[in-house]
Ligand binder design. Structure first.
Ligand code: SAM
Length: 407
């Protein structure tokens, strides 16, 4: 028996090689377009964009590849069945009809999570219980033994999503969410999630050939994602995945894919990535995280006030994630800070593309620059913008008011 204690049944090989299965990759709201683009680059042509993620059709092994390589997906969910419903009993019956004992064993623990949009039924908690009962009853009928529930560290995560008339069941192939790369040992206050940081770089059109500067780097999430992209290090290279616990998991194929990705890693970055923060504790944490991820020598990290930083090249991309005035600062302090930041950009970064990711929609007005793009995004529940400013000679011109409006 394999070391994880899962007895594997021979599963038709066609499932691994050519049969197209249905998956759904959720992502932070606003990143759907760039996630779809990333999936195409990862060899997944059959995609459908929805609010909050991308549905795709792909063979089983492609799901391994997406889990391993995607910088932007939050998870990869395997769509194992759907049905229309009118009542809780319909949902119980739909869950009971699925072949759960073919996918995992009764010795493994489970957690059921239900989410819904426009679902007419009154209680998602009750539905969670009904689905859990259906799964356990199916096990009792087929294997005479039922799995236990573990809501904290389950072996198997079952998701159900309900719209107004259809329930869809998923097995979570990721396990821990994919933004947990396994590098973050310590954290600063308000770090970005890794997939959101990677999404900001994508939306900015940054490529590893361009110099990158993050002068308010905190724990360094943005430069770290950039370094992983630049060195072609798969974000999932050093973590485990939910699919490793499924009966149909093919450890040989998985090992082959992981190795195929590892040998493509570059030993150096194509160009320089600079990071700094004025807080010495943040710089220390960033340094430890960079070292843990194996990119410590790639990143030029130092402690500095942002306003003392000089442009390290004639052009490049500067990405800023300043405090918003929600948790880390006060609106009054930011009123004073942003005009200085605007002058600093105009005076020292002519020829650069600057991006500010913030929940403070007064930013364009306060820094006195007109954004060339304003991209609505969510950082968790917080509505934010990614503002793009093209710093051209002559952008010293002061703007009086730049009203913000969603695109
Ligand atoms: C929202 S946090 C950045 C979080 C970061 N993106 C991450 O994922 O960890 C804002 C950062 O700006 C830094 N900061 C605030 N004022 C600064 C200044 N004047 N110069 C440099 N860094 C500053 C703070 O120390 C904090 O780490």
């Amino acid at each position: 028996m394999p070391r994880d204690g899962v007895a594997r049944r021979a599963y038709p090989l066609i499932c691994m090689d050519s049969t197209k299965l249905r998956f759904f990759a959720p992502c932070p709201q606003g990143l759907e377009g760039v996630l779809e683009q990333e999936l195409h680059e990862l060899g997944v042509p059959l995609t459908t964009k929805t609010d909050g993620g991308i549905a795709f059709l792909a063979p089983w092994a492609t799901m391994y590849w997406v889990n391993l390589k995607s910088h932007l997906a939050s998870r990869v969910l395997w769509d194992v069945g759907h049905a229309s419903y009118l009542s809780e009993d319909d949902i119980y019956r739909a869950a009971y009809s699925l072949s759960w004992p073919d996918w995992f064993t009764s010795a493994q623990t489970i957690k059921v999570k239900v989410s819904a949009r426009r679902c007419p039924l009154p209680s998602l908690d009750f539905l969670t219980l009904r689905i859990k009962d259906a799964v356990c009853d199916k096990f009792m009928a087929v294997r005479h033994k039922r799995p236990n529930v573990d809501t904290h560290h389950p072996h198997i995560r079952i998701d159900a999503f309900l719209d107004e008339s259809t329930v869809t069941f998923y097995l979570d192939t990721s396990g821990d969410p994919l933004f947990k790369r396994g590098h973050r040992v310590l954290s600063v206050e308000a770090p970005l999630r890794e997939n959101l940081a990677a999404g900001l770089l994508r939306l900015a059109g940054w490529t590893p050939q361009e110099v990158l500067l993050d002068p308010m780097c905190g724990s360094g999430t943005i430069p770290l994602e950039a370094a992983l992209m630049g060195r072609k290090i798969a974000p999932g290279q050093s973590r485990g995945f939910g699919f490793e616990r499924l009966i149909i998991h093919d450890p040989k194929r998985w090992g082959y894919l992981r190795e195929a990705s590892r040998v493509k890693q570059l030993t150096t970055l194509p160009t320089a990535i600079y990071a700094s923060d004025y807080d010495p504790a943040a710089v220390k944490i960033a340094q430890r995280i960079f070292q843990g991820a194996g990119v410590g020598i790639d990143l030029r990290l130092r402690q500095s006030d942002v306003l003392d930083v000089e442009a390290p090249a004639a052009h490049g991309v500067i990405m800023l994630n300043p405090p918003y005035g929600v948790r880390l600062s006060t609106p009054e302090a930011l009123d004073d800070f942003y005009p200085k930041l605007g002058d600093w950009l105009k005076q020292r970064f002519s020829g650069w593309r600057a991006y500010i990711f913030t929940g403070d929609l007064r930013v364009p007005k306060l820094i006195g620059l007109a954004p060339s793009r304003r991209i609505p995004l969510f950082n968790g529940p917080l509505e934010c913008r990614l503002y793009e400013f093209l710093i051209v000679p002559g952008s010293m011109r002061k703007l009086t008011a730049v009203p913000d409006r969603p695109d």
